[in-house]
Design a protein around this ligand. Structure first.
Ligand code: HEM
Ligand code: HEM
Length: 258
């Protein structure tokens, strides 16, 4: 048993299944979602809701809104890097497919073709992951230049003209509607799988484990690769630092309170 797997379920054991070693717990479940990916998911969801709450709660909460935005830079960087170096089902190459595969999957989903089963994200869910990451990246990027016209500004606000900052602030507001729409679609899709397709996806996003019948041998991941995740986290702290330290420095007297 690997170090990361031990944290996911203390009852887990390694089983040699011929060419590959798969991690199976006492009840025959197999590990699919690594711990860092699951932690990312729930932190990402909570941070988006907290960003909305702090932005709408009034002037005094704006400081927390901006702090959360900076934290979000780290969170997004983590998921992007993890998409290249993380375990199998976290990798972009494992869940991004061409339009033909997506179409075949969609047909199977609506009963007009052969049903296609996937262990990780399905072809449509995979595109949705990228859309959500891009929408939030755009939200953070525009936030860096945004202004509330009173006292709070993103760190890069002084780098652009007042007109540009106002335009980006408008986009910051408008884009959040798209984020709401994406969240509604995402949660709606999860509910559709749960109630209509009888596929319960949520427990695996909490525990990491899926029933062995749903995970062919050799498609389970061996561990959560926690040491690697720790190294990626350190890199992400560096990225946040680099982004913020590139912001123009302004003395309080030169702030624009127009
Ligand atoms: C470094 C990142 C960010 C910075 C510096 C930032 C900054 C700002 C500022 C200055 C405003 C005030 C604009 C105004 O009053 O018109 C604002 C509003 C807002 N921000 Fe951000 N933001 C960031 C990231 C985010 C993120 C990640 C989200 C959500 C995912 C978000 C959601 C919102 C929303 C919904 C509003 C509008 C609130 C309202 O007036 O109803 N922001 N942000
Ligand atoms: C603000 C709200 C949410 C956002 C932004 C969000 C975003 C995401 C993202 C980005 C992924 C892909 C994970 C990855 O590969 O990194 C994902 C997957 C998933 N999310 Fe959410 N999520 C939200 C809320 C929820 C809620 C409330 C639930 C449960 C009711 C949920 C259940 C799931 C499940 C089960 C998956 C895995 C789907 C699969 O098996 O392919 N999410 N979500």
């Amino acid at each position: 048993m690997r170090a990361g797997a031990a944290l996911d379920a203390p009852r887990a054991a390694s089983v040699d299944a011929g060419a590959t070693t798969v991690v199976v717990d006492a009840s025959g479940k197999r590990l699919v979602w690594d711990l860092p990916l699951r932690a990312f998911h729930w932190l990402f969801a909570a941070s988006i809701l907290a960003s909305w709450a702090t932005a709408t709660a009034g002037f005094n909460w704006m400081q927390w809104h901006i702090r959360l935005g900076k934290w979000m830079i780290g969170l997004l960087s983590f998921r992007v890097i993890w998409g290249f170096v993380g375990p199998r089902h976290a990798r972009f190459t494992s869940f991004l497919s061409g339009p033909r595969t997506m179409w075949r999957y969609a047909k199977g989903l609506t009963g007009r073709g052969e049903p296609v089963h996937t262990v990780g994200h399905n072809p449509l869910g995979g595109v949705m992951v990228i859309i959500m990451l891009l929408l939030v990246a755009f939200q953070v990027s525009t936030g860096l230049f945004a202004t509330d016209d009173i006292a709070w500004q993103g760190p890069y606000y002084p780098a652009v003209s007042s007109a540009t900052a106002h335009y980006l602030t408008r986009l910051h507001h408008l884009n959040f509607n798209l984020i709401w729409a994406a969240i509604a679609l995402h949660v709606g899709a999860i509910a559709y799988y749960d109630f209509i397709k009888r596929q319960h996806l949520v427990p695996a996003m909490v525990t990491g484990w899926k029933p062995a019948e749903a995970v062919p041998e050799g498609q389970a991941i061996k561990s959560s690769e926690l040491v690697k995740a720790l190294i990626v986290m350190v890199v992400c702290v560096g990225i946040v630092y680099a982004v913020l330290s590139g912001a123009p420095h302004v003395s309080p007297t030169s702030l624009n309170f127009d």
